[in-house]
Design a protein around this ligand. Structure first.
Ligand code: FAD
Length: 506
């Protein structure tokens, strides 16, 4: 049985999904649309992550929406403040009423014959299946699994008598006050949670296998504050946003162009902030170049202060085994713990884990090439959001939403029913969607769409380039084709004979 039909369905009511919904409301006013959200509330990342100190590490002038000024004093904001901002935006644009909570999209099957997507959606606690259809699909399902973080095999873990916590599943009953805490990891989560826990724990050890670049930054933006004092709110926000886009891009380019200088600078700043008591060279000099992995931020140097004060310490070593009371390390040291926080990374997952098929042929995202970093080769009427990893996620997410609106309006105006990108050179070399050397991206490389090496397939982490192409490049020329396929035409990979109402490939 086919259920309701929409012109557009958005998967996910996180930062990206709400942004896309707001854009649809204003740019495609005639389109019927809904937002399908697996969880019981909106906000995605900013609702689910509740560990102490959870915050952005981008400044909020670029992580917020370009169309709704960030007016809070803090440039680096806490998770709850960001959640409130998303919630208020949804309300202000009236898109909160379009969200269907508890709707997890399991599969999406495109039928060329009917020029629509058939979505199998699981709803309610008993997992009732409903089918919804739409002419265009925008997938804003984030980039990681909501089932839990990545946990490597830790020898002897079941022997440990204390509590082991996944920061992705932090609950209020995690009792760390006055306790000895070990945080395993060196990524953004560890860098955030260590100083937050150190305020109330007996002691926190940050236990890392290898170091990460950590840079101190002010939690308030002095330039933005000055602009706000002198100019109307919206104008001040716009200027602050562009200044941050520009300065972020310049810093990134500097690091990539002059890695040795960048490395020296980052280490010198860490050394200054840590003082003589902490070996900065040992614990803050990674084996890779700056921006081979995401740079971690320490707002107002909070991590460095925690280490300098002695409330926290840092150990760079490998775990040999857990014991009943802590961990022993390859270097022979033992670290005692009451609570262990496994900040060992996310389990990456593209496109909300949705099984995709086109005319009955299963489509693995990892076997497709991303067009303008927003569509999948051979997949019609689908745009996916995967934000920047070297700048604020929302900068790209918003451009992709605007691009989706352009496509939807073009389809409507032209009378074509579908548009899909297809590489003209099937032998084009590919490279990873995200060129980071971190474990999470290496583990997930096969699952993620690839980038091409030419033209619109070779999307780079460049806001300026994307701004021009996603907003202004002509649609329907080159690799992106608008068409009205014959009802019996077979699209996508695989043989002949499209089903009329496909059930998604299982
Ligand atoms: C702790 C933390 C801090 C971060 N800080 C920053 C930062 O400072 N700067 C930055 O640029 N990035 C940051 N990120 C990355 C961050 O995830 C993005 O900035 C942004 O929040 C992603 O928004 P999103 O809406 O695309 O995805 P999410 O926030 O992950 O939301 C996705 C939503 O889609 C829903 N969903 C997924 N699959 C389905 C499905 N099949 N059916 C229905 N619903 C589905 C989920 O339930 C969720 O609500 C951070 C990430 C984490 C974990």
């Amino acid at each position: 049985m086919t259920g309701e039909h929409f012109d557009v369905l958005i998967v996910g009511a996180g930062l990206s999904g709400i942004g896309a919904a707001c854009r649809l409301r204003t740019r495609c006013p005639g389109a019927s649309f809904g937002v399908l959200e697996a969880r019981d509330d909106l906000g995605g990342t900013w609702d689910m992550f509740r560990y102490p100190g959870v915050r952005s590490d981008s400044e909020m002038f670029t992580l917020s929406y370009s169309f709704r000024p960030w007016t809070h004093a803090a440039a680096i904001a806490g998770g709850r403040t960001i959640l409130t901002y998303i919630r208020d935006t949804a309300k202000e644009f009236g898109v909160d009423r379009r969200i269907r909570y508890g709707h997890k999209v399991r599969s999406a099957a495109w039928s060329s014959a009917e020029a629509r997507w058939f979505l199998e959606v699981e709803t309610g606690p008993e997992g009732r299946q409903v089918q919804l259809t739409c002419g265009f699909l925008i997938v804003c399902g984030g980039y990681y699994s909501y089932e839990g973080g990545y946990r490597p095999e830790f020898p002897g873990l079941d022997r440990f008598s204390g509590r082991v916590v996944d920061p992705q599943r932090w609950t209020d009953d995690v009792d760390y006050v006055g306790k000895r805490v070990v945080v395993i990891g060196s990524g953004a989560t560890a860098v955030t949670i260590v100083p937050a826990l150190a305020r109330r724990a007996a002691h926190v050890v940050m236990l890392q296998r290898s170091p990460t670049y950590v840079i101190e930054r002010a939690s308030r933006d002095a330039v933005a504050d000055a602009l706000r004092a002198a100019l109307p709110e919206r104008l001040a926000f716009r200027l602050a946003r562009w200044i941050n886009i520009f300065s972020g891009a310049v810093f990134y380019r500097f690091c990539r162009r002059f890695p040795r200088a960048a490395r020296w600078l980052l280490l010198a700043r860490a050394r200054d902030a840590l003082g003589a008591g902490v070996d900065a060279a040992k614990h803050f000099t990674p084996r890779y170049e700056p921006w081979d992995q995401r740079l971690c931020q320490a707002p107002d140097g909070d991590l460095f202060h925690a280490l300098r004060s002695g409330r926290a310490s840092i150990v760079t070593d490998t775990i040999t085994t857990f014991t009943e009371t802590g961990v022993t390390l390859a270097g022979g040291e033992t670290v005692e713990a009451d609570v262990v926080v496994a900040a060992t990374g996310l389990e990456l997952q593209p496109l909300g884990g949705i099984r995709l098929s086109v005319d009955g042929a299963a489509t693995e995202p990892g076997e497709t090439t991303a067009f303008r970093g927003a569509m999948l080769s051979g997949v019609p009427n689908l745009v996916f959001v995967f934000g920047y990893t070297t700048a604020a996620w929302t900068l790209k997410a918003d451009l992709v939403s605007l691009y989706a609106c352009r496509l939807i309006n073009r389809l409507k105006r032209s009378g074509f029913r579908q548009c899909a990108p297809r590489p003209s050179d099937p032998s084009m070399a590919t490279r990873p969607l995200v060129d980071f050397s971190s474990g999470a991206y290496r583990r997930a490389a096969a699952k993620l769409p690839k980038l091409g090496t030419k033209g619109p397939w070779a999307s780079r982490q460049s806001y300026w380039r994307d701004f021009l192409t996603l907003r202004f490049a002509p649609l329907g020329s080159g690799a992106l084709r608008f068409s009205n396929p014959a009802p019996t035409a077979r699209r996508g990979r695989g043989g002949a004979g499209a089903p009329q109402r496909p059930s998604a490939a299982r």
